[in-house]
Ligand binder design. Structure first.
Ligand SMILES: CC(C)(COP(=O)(O)OP(=O)(O)OC[C@H]1O[C@@H](n2cnc3c(N)ncnc32)[C@H](O)[C@@H]1OP(=O)(O)O)[C@@H](O)C(=O)NCCC(=O)NCCS
Length: 409
């Protein structure tokens, strides 16, 4: 079996193979676009091919940007379209593709890569760790009264929730570039968020509201009329489902929540893809009004160059930590002294005794600040070699804002 880069001529065979791996049939192309695979770039795709020339496995990577804690934006490959034909599974095809792809990404200068996992049992062995979670928040409308912010009377809170903003409902097809522009502003300030390249919007590749699926979009504008948030939604059987709420400010989220929760002929509102700890729950007069469910891992992170990755992100507490890191898939072992001063980290090889011993996938899980290292110590994944090491690691790795990603790819 050989792993090779795909070319433009391989597009059909690549698309057929990845669909067959998932037991699906490719949709027929239509005029409005909307095929998820149209955003693939063939020179970033791999094919696993048998000795007699049959394609049996696929993997690809999108050229995204990822926002790290401290609003640092770094180029990041988003691994996707991973599949092996049912007839060729458990024979090491995926392992060979992962090895090839990680080496290629490193050679291209990537210091980390990310993916979404169809099953949580697949990617840990390749060094990926779950780094962000997402959930849905269900709110029955009869419980949906939002409490006035502390110190303000309910009568003083305007209908939009923000002081001088406005909400306009558009059809998805009427939104023009608004969604792309608002998403871009949002993702630059949100750790864990990925860019959505213009190509995706132009090709309408992905899930709503990028795809051409019919949706209404509540667009929020600030006092000057500049769009600063949107909620893409549809209504069926009395449930208003919000695909995603993208905002550049928490008050705008409140304004959009107030808008959808006030919708007539709706018995409940489901906010999809929200951080499990979203502040909206705290804003209801009834703390039990918002039910969080479907909490699941979303973005998985794999570090390919630990010092570059650790020095790239922003840091918020000074301190020193010696990390002993095992990377069994790549057969690497390293020990680094991480020193944080004034928001910047230095990370150099050291012989000092380690504070923490961990697998590279655990480092991926804590990297964006969404998982406390002490949780992984308690889970038995990470070993702390001295009292206080886990607490120090918690305060060092914590982000300015908890990471979240809602882009599907
Ligand atoms: C997931 C998938 C790509 C695995 O491919 P594969 O070629 O069978 O994987 P490998 O043979 O290289 O397996 C490597 C190891 O991972 C394990 N593994 C692979 N898939 C697994 C799964 N779904 N659940 C648990 N373990 C899995 C194998 O048992 C093997 O373990 P070992 O090293 O201890 O023997 C394949 O099953 C598939 O195409 N599934 C459907 C599509 C899909 O879910 N793709 C992933 C999208 S994110």
């Amino acid at each position: 079996m050989e792993i090779r880069s795909a070319t433009e001529e391989d597009l059909d065979v690549f698309v057929d193979t990845v669909h067959a791996a998932f037991g699906l049939f490719p949709e027929t192309p239509t005029e409005g676009g909307g095929l998820w695979w149209s955003a693939l770039e063939m020179d970033r795709c791999l094919l696993a091919v048998t000795a007699d020339g049959r394609p049996v496995g696929t993997a690809a990577a999108y050229p995204f940007e990822l926002t790290l804690p401290g609003e640092t934006i770094v180029p990041t490959p988003g691994v996707t379209a991973v599949g092996v034909l049912p007839s060729h599974r458990r024979q090491g095809v995926l392992s060979a593709m992962m090895r090839h792809q990680l080496a290629e990404l490193r050679a291209q200068g990537a210091f980390l890569s990310v993916l979404l996992a169809s099953e949580a049992t697949i990617y840990g062995r390749f060094g990926y760790g779950p780094a962000t979670c997402t959930a849905q928040l269900t709110v029955p409308r009869h419980k949906a009264a939002l409490a006035a912010p502390r110190g303000r009377a309910a009568a003083d809170v305007p209908a939009t929730g923000s002081d001088h903003g406005s909400v306009e409902v558009l059809r998805r097809t009427e939104c023009g570039e608004i969604l792309e522009e608002v998403y871009d502003k949002y993702r630059r300030a949100q750790p864990g968020a990925l860019s959505r390249p213009h190509r995706w919007w132009a090709l309408r590749a992905g899930q709503p509201p990028i795809s051409p699926a019919p949706r209404y979009v509540a667009v929020h504008r600030d006092a000057d009329g500049v769009p600063d948030g949107y909620a893409s939604y549809s209504i069926a059987s009395g449930t208003l489902t919000v695909d995603e709420t993208i905002v550049t400010d928490d008050a705008v989220f409140t304004a959009l929540a107030r808008f959808v929760l006030g919708h007539d002929l709706v018995s409940q509102v489901v906010f999809k893809k929200v951080p499990p700890e979203h502040p909206l729950r705290w804003q209801f007069a009834d703390f039990r009004a918002g039910e969080v469910s479907g909490v699941m891992d979303w973005l998985w992170v794999r570090l390919l160059d630990v010092p570059r990755a650790l020095t790239a992100r922003g840091w918020f507490t000074d301190g020193e930590l010696v990390l002993d890191i095992d990377d069994p898939f790549l057969g690497e072992h390293s020990r680094f002294l991480l020193t944080v001063r004034d928001g910047k980290a230095d990370c150099v090889p050291t012989d000092r005794n380690p504070d923490l011993s961990l697998d590279v996938r655990d480092l991926g899980s804590v990297y964006l600040g969404g998982t406390a290292p002490s949780t992984l110590v308690r889970a038995g994944h990470v070993q702390a070699h001295r009292p206080g090491a886990a607490v120090l690691a918690d305060s060092l790795f914590r982000a300015d804002r908890s990471p979240h990603c809602l882009h599907w790819f």
